[in-house]
Design a protein around this ligand. Structure first.
Ligand SMILES: [Zn+2]
Length: 204
């Protein structure tokens, strides 16, 4: 997916103010205004508002009027309107920030639950548990339990290593566990977990 950062705007307030002298046609006429909020967006998802723009038009000559050209009273009215507009900014303007907050919360809850579960599983090793490992050389791989005795656990190591933790799942296939055997005492297994070498355990 292409990620596009951009700005958009949405009109949040409109109105008419009667009897204003237009600096363009010099008529006393009503003016229409609209207040739009500009916001940054990431591939069409609004992230946060960055400010307002006001558009003013004379109803007699239909020309645009600059805010600076208005009399002081009208300016104050429009500044008030602008404040009200800011108070009623819809929640969807903040979608990106809300999504990001949920994502971060989800990430940490998930991490916590995975750690909790792994800790429980490493204390009760079972036949065919698969241990996802991170080695000190930076590579990732897995090993599968063949046998558990009173004090030891016997594994077959995966034939393959991968660079990324996200790739471990792809090498977890029955045919990849062949002849690399290794065994640990239950105590050493806990030490591997404490040293963060066991990153997760899959039990079916
Ligand atoms: Zn005019």
């Amino acid at each position: 997916m292409m990620v596009l950062i951009g700005t958009n705007e949405t009109c949040l307030s409109k109105g008419t103010i009667p009897n204003i002298k237009c600096p363009n046609c010099n008529f006393h006429s009503s003016i229409d205004y609209s207040i739009s909020t500009r916001y940054t967006s990431l591939t069409l998802i609004p992230i946060f508002p960055i400010g307002n723009a006001v558009n003013i038009e004379c109803n007699n000559c239909s020309k645009e009027i600059e805010f600076e050209e208005l009399d002081e009273n009208t300016k104050i009215k429009l500044i008030e309107e602008n404040k009200k507009t800011n108070q009623k900014r819809p929640i969807w303007l903040f979608s990106g920030i809300i999504l990001l907050t949920f994502y971060i919360a989800y990430f940490f809850i998930n991490l916590y639950q995975t750690n909790d579960r792994t800790q429980a599983l490493v204390k009760t090793p079972n036949f065919e548990d698969v241990y996802n490992m991170k080695f000190s050389n930076g590579y990732y791989s897995s090993m599968r339990i063949d046998k558990v005795t009173n004090d030891s656990v016997y594994f077959t190591q995966n034939d393959y290593d991968v660079y990324l933790s996200s790739e471990i799942e792809s090498i977890n296939k029955t045919e990849n566990y062949t002849n690399r055997k290794i065994n640990y005492s239950k105590k050493d297994l806990l030490k591997l977990y404490d040293d963060n070498e066991i990153i997760s355990i899959i039990r079916n």
